[in-house]
Design a protein around this ligand. Structure first.
Ligand code: GUN
Length: 300
């Protein structure tokens, strides 16, 4: 293995420490405490784990955490009424509605009812439009985390060829917008892209965000390229360690690490950065709401 391993756990801890430092200063200088409201509808086990983890980490950096757990058959109008209340609550600077929502709720309608200034997920159509046109916005957490790691590794990204494999609204598309804003030459590829191996071979930066276990092998990677693996796929085969299943990314780690210059592992790469960036976004939203300078290095 020749690639440098980009340690997302360690990076995320640094981001959280930075956020905590800014939160302490906001309190000391302005008597302001950033607040994040997380709304969970229903009892999806994975969502419950995420929401618990978000609440715990929010408190650990000194922010106020407000959790709203609603019944699985909550009426849409009741959810919208809660969001309206949070939109108008000055103690709440960030609002996150955990997805997926139960089928009877219209996710687009719900997300677009959040005040864009408090939309710390960056999913509101206004934020999508602002980011797509290179304007100041709230930026989705996972691509923001990838961008932070890329900037840290490369310094300037200007002129680099970036290939994003995956076209989701949550990762692929905003990732491409962010890389374009940092002056990369960007290609969005996906599972149906013609000659995908050759497209990926042209990349100085490969972002795997397609949701297919180990789809990108090492022989698609240009020697020395940086590989950012967003995928989290649970597969059978206890080859690595114990147990019946294990987590792998969208890139085949061992073969990619032979060729790449740097690579994020799964787990322990992009994953831990998502919650760290949620906290960074909440801090940014709080600073903007109070007309204060935004923290450097924690935004796009
Ligand atoms: N469910 C899984 N990931 C996310 C996320 O980043 N934001 C929200 N709101 N829901 C999710």
């Amino acid at each position: 293995m020749s690639a440098k391993i980009i340690d997302g756990k360690e990076f995320a801890a640094r981001v959280r420490a930075d956020v905590a430092k800014h939160v302490a200063k906001l309190k000391a200088d302005h008597d302001i405490t950033p607040g994040l409201a997380v709304v969970l509808v229903g009892e999806d086990p994975a969502s419950q784990v995420y929401v618990r983890s978000k609440g715990k980490t929010t408190s650990e950096v000194g922010m106020n955490s407000y959790e709203h757990r609603l019944d699985v058959d909550t009426a849409e109008k009741d959810l919208l009424a809660l969001i309206d209340k949070l939109n108008n609550d000055p103690a709440v600077h960030g609002i996150l509605v955990q997805l997926p929502l139960p089928d009877h709720l219209n996710s687009d309608l719900v997300i677009n009812s959040i005040d864009p200034a408090k939309d710390v997920d960056g999913f509101h159509i206004s934020n999508v439009g602002l980011l797509g046109t290179g304007q100041k916005s709230m930026v989705p957490c996972t691509p923001l985390g990838c961008l932070m790691m890329l900037r840290d590794h490369h310094g300037s990204l200007s002129g680099l060829n970036a290939v994003v494999v995956g076209r989701s609204n949550i990762v692929g598309k905003p990732m491409a917008s962010l890389l374009l804003k940092d002056s990369c030459t960007v290609t969005i590829a996906h599972s149906r892209t013609k000659d995908l191996p050759d497209v990926v071979r042209g990349a100085d930066i490969v972002v795997g965000a397609v949701g297919r276990a180990e789809m990108i092998p090492g022989d698609w990677i240009k020697p020395g390229a940086t590989v950012i693996d967003v995928g989290i796929n649970r597969i059978d085969a206890p080859k690595k360690g114990e147990g019946k299943t294990r987590l792998v990314g969208d890139c085949h780690f061992e073969s990619c690490a032979e060729i790449a210059g740097a690579i994020t592992p799964v787990p322990g790469g992009v994953g831990p950065m998502t919650i760290a960036c949620l906290l960074a976004n909440t801090l940014t939203a709080c600073c903007r709401a109070n007309g204060l300078e935004e923290p450097q290095g924690l935004t796009a």
